[in-house]
Design a protein around this ligand. Structure first.
Ligand SMILES: C[S@@+](CC[C@H](N)C(=O)[O-])C[C@H]1O[C@@H](n2cnc3c(N)ncnc32)[C@H](O)[C@@H]1O
Length: 354
């Protein structure tokens, strides 16, 4: 039997376990959790899913422009720290460091923060030249964060936090649980989540429902309090709160490049993910004093900030296979219906201008 199902069995014999607790176990059990395993799940061949980073360096190159603009806005400080929580393999940091040059590159230090052992191992290889040159370093999730000026950025961090699905049946709230016979919906008091959901709509309809991520405010506050001045940027899968409610957001399982709702199966061996409530993420950041908060589709964010015509002209000078890869990367992240329209980018600003 799967070791995590074995661990769950005595609890299931006593009663149902909320889906968020099952997700926490499946992803973060210190020994058997999907994100605590020694071997990584990423990439195309034989693995479970790929992220925007597998498609090429376009996201990192656009991020480099946004960070350089933030550095300018801050008055070109001598040190600009770019902290990436949930940094995984460090590929976004690598693409960022490869894309910068001149005085900004001299000011930039990249900090990878993720206790995923397989990811850390892969990041040591991806970041090797930058680690040697003291342009990148590792931090543990448990290390207290020293205050810094610069940027906090993440890709698919918040959708990997345990989240609890809730549904409104027309009369009361129910939460999704794992019972001995399988998943089911059980009536329960949603507390703070219910107040939040009700505030996001003019009137709840039967079947409306969303996900509630308990850990979101704590993590956002920890990160944004360490940022003394600069940019907070999050790329993630999700929607605004009203749209999540209307679609009845739920948990998803990714395994071998397939996606389904079987979040209770293959615990520790499949990725589990939930939509990110971007309205709530912005709301927590606003409470921490961040301003200019906005979020948009990743495809629009890239088209807004990247000089795509100039980059396209540069790619013409590349060998044909490289040129094709760059073009494919661009299409995946900017065409309607492709990856770039499924992700959103949130930006917020903290503190002084230069
Ligand atoms: C979906 S993966 C994304 C990895 C990477 N950003 C990418 O795009 O390939 C989520 C990562 O977030 C990490 N993570 C979860 N909670 C975290 C936290 N509180 N601080 C830092 N990393 C965290 C997990 O260990 C996992 O490696």
């Amino acid at each position: 039997m799967n070791p995590l199902n074995e661990l769950l069995q005595p609890r299931l014999n006593e009663g149902a376990v909320p889906a968020a607790e099952v997700m926490a176990l499946g992803l973060y059990h210190p020994q058997h959790g999907y994100y605590r395993r020694k071997e990584g799940p990423w990439g195309f061949a034989g693995k479970d899913y790929y992220t925007a980073l597998d498609l090429g360096p376009l996201l990192g190159q656009t991020l480099a422009l946004r960070l350089e603009a933030a550095w300018e806005r801050l008055g070109r400080p001598a040190r600009f720290t770019a902290l990436e929580p949930g940094a995984g393999r460090g590929w976004l940091g690598r693409d960022l460091l490869n894309a910068v040059s001149g005085p900004f590159a001299e000011a930039l230090i990249y900090v990878h923060r993720d206790d995923n052992p397989a990811a850390r191992h892969a990041a040591e290889a991806a970041l090797a030249p930058f680690l040697q040159a003291n342009r990148a370093r590792f931090a543990s999730e448990t290390d207290p964060l020293e205050p810094f000026t610069g940027c906090v950025f993440s890709n698919e961090l918040f959708d990997a936090l345990p989240a609890q699905p809730w549904r409104w049946n027309g009369e009361q709230w129910a939460r999704e649980v794992l019972a001995a016979s399988g998943p089911e919906w059980q009536a329960a008091d949603p507390g703070e989540a219910g107040v939040w959901f009700a505030a996001q709509t003019d009137g709840l309809e039967p079947g409306d429902g969303s996900i509630w991520c308990e850990a979101l405010p704590g993590l956002v506050r920890e990160l944004s309090r360490a940022l003394e001045a600069g940019l907070f940027l999050a790329v993630d899968y999700g929607e605004s709160a009203d749209r999540l409610l209307a679609k009845g957001a739920d948990l998803r399982r990714f395994k071998a490049h397939g996606v389904d709702g079987l979040w209770h199966e293959d615990l520790g061996e499949a990725d589990l993910t939930s939509d990110v409530d971007f309205t709530r993420l912005a709301h927590v950041l606003e409470g921490e004093g961040l301003t200019s908060l906005s979020h948009m589709e990743l495809s629009r964010w890239i088209r807004t900030h990247a000089p795509l015509d100039a980059w396209g002209a540069q790619w013409m000078g590349l060998p044909a296979p490289d040129r094709m890869k760059r073009t494919e990367n661009l299409l995946q992240l900017t065409l309607p219906g492709m990856m770039g329209s499924r992700f959103r980018v949130l930006e917020g600003w903290k503190g002084n201008e230069g």
